[in-house]
Design a protein around this ligand. Structure first.
Ligand SMILES: N[C@@H](CCC(=O)N[C@@H](CS)C(=O)NCC(=O)O)C(=O)O
Length: 199
């Protein structure tokens, strides 16, 4: 049994999208979280050690961190076509983009949001927003999806940013077309239908 601990309009929304892409059999446990504006509160039924979302429980095993969850789920469903398999030449780019998303994009966007992007040491460590944008554009100018010609879980992570706040990805017609391609996916519509608990 797979259970996704989910709060609407949060980082768990993209795991909902991934579960739909995989055609997985799962249930959703809707939980409250502490929001950036201080509203909400930690939910006692959320197994995440920091009371964050997403959290995934599979037959009693807890997995947290979006990228760990994405790898766990795509490994569980290798034939779903949402991740290049081990021998596939696109796998290198796929793993790179997943790690780059968590290890570079999230810090760079947060530093910019909190006006810390002028800090020399941080800018040197993570690189600048301009360099991040150039890297995304180079990839999307070269291939249909971020890690190659096939849609993957890396697109779910990256496109979700642009769907949430367009300015988080580079301003470009190429990115606009990419976001549209990703938003046309039936699995996203199915996930959106489950975004909030049934009334
Ligand atoms: N690095 C984590 C971040 C998870 C995260 O920050 N989730 C937010 C929602 S978007 C949260 O649960 N916030 C509640 C809190 O900080 O208490 C991941 O990608 O899974």
């Amino acid at each position: 049994m797979l259970t996704l601990y989910h709060a609407p309009q949060s980082r768990s929304s993209r795991i909902l999208w991934l579960l739909e892409e995989l055609g997985a059999d799962y249930e959703i446990a809707y939980v409250d979280i502490v929001h950036a504006d201080g509203s909400g509160g930690p939910d006692a039924k959320n197994p995440h050690p920091d009371k964050k979302v997403p959290a995934l429980v599979h037959d009693g095993t807890l997995i947290t961190e979006s990228i760990a969850i994405a790898l766990y789920l795509t490994d569980m469903c290798p034939d779903a076509g949402i991740a290049p398999k081990v021998s596939n030449p696109e796998r290198g780019a796929y793993l790179t983009w997943l790690a780059y998303y968590a290890g570079v994009m999230e810090p760079v966007l947060n530093l910019q949001f909190f006006d810390l992007d002028e800090h020399d040491g941080l800018a040197h460590t993570f690189r600048s927003r301009k360099e991040m944008d150039e890297r995304i554009l180079a990839s999307l100018n070269a291939t249909t999806y971020i890690a190659g010609e096939n849609f993957s879980a890396a697109d779910i992570m990256i496109a979700s940013l642009g769907h949430f706040i367009r300015e988080m990805l580079p301003a470009s017609d190429v990115v606009d077309a990419y976001l549209e391609r990703c938003s046309d996916r039936p699995a996203l519509a199915a996930a959106n239908a489950k975004e909030v608990p049934p009334a």
